[in-house]
Design a binder for this molecule. Structure first.
Ligand SMILES: O=C(O)CCC(=O)C(=O)O
Ligand SMILES: [Fe+2]
Length: 202
């Protein structure tokens, strides 16, 4: 497995083929990143995520929230969610990420992992509500965690450490050819907040 070298260059594609992933590193000072982490922890309407698996309603330990330009409906894991209107900090972050990436976004899915015990299993973000091959801007605050990609055919893996206040962008054919996950870890008991800015169509 390749663990991405921390010589950060936002123009380097972390994937060897079939998609583009750029790691921009930390966008914010420690103080500013702490401010966003604490404000998001306190002001976002966090709820345990619902999934229907083999016909059974499951509540995840991880919490989620969904915000957007309008009351988009978004379906994944067999459940439909409705977007809430942007908070001041989310709009501020959206603008910063749009300027940094040259992309535009109309919604954001937020995840709160209370400790290293919580993670997210292998998946790709290619639901029908999402713009095909649209960019996804992933901003992280709080505990540093490893994030991994696995090619659907070759099974090749690539990993990167997502730092406090950092930005990662996934685009082009990444969701078609690669899975990604946030592995659980025993190395931290601190919370992490992740924001994925996306484009919903329809
Ligand atoms: O927490 C992360 O870094 C990734 C979250 C993710 O993959 C998702 O929300 O689809
Ligand atoms: Fe994802």
């Amino acid at each position: 497995m390749d663990l991405f070298n921390p010589q950060i260059d936002e123009n380097t594609n972390l994937l060897p083929q079939d998609g583009t992933v750029n790691y921009f590193g930390k966008l914010f000072s420690r103080e500013k990143a702490n401010f966003y982490r604490d404000t998001l922890l306190n002001t976002i309407e966090w709820k345990n995520d619902e999934a229907i698996i083999f016909g059974k309603l499951i509540l995840t330990k991880r919490k989620v929230a969904w915000y957007g330009d309008k009351e988009f409906e978004y379906t994944y894991s067999n459940t439909t969610k409705k977007a809430l209107p942007w908070t001041a900090e989310l709009l501020e972050l959206k603008k910063i990420i749009e300027e940094k990436t040259g992309e535009t976004f109309n919604s954001c899915l937020l995840n709160l992992y209370h400790s290293g015990e919580e993670g997210m299993a292998w998946h790709s973000d290619a639901e029908k509500d999402l713009k095909k091959n649209g960019a996804i801007g992933s901003v992280s605050f709080g505990a540093e965690r490893k994030f991994s990609f696995k090619h659907k055919q070759t099974k090749e893996t690539v990993s990167v450490i997502l730092e406090h206040g950092s930005l990662l962008v996934m685009k082009d054919e990444t969701q078609t050819h690669w899975l990604h996950r946030l592995p659980p870890t025993k190395t931290t008991s601190k919370p992490r907040v992740n924001l994925t800015f996306r484009t919903i169509v329809g």
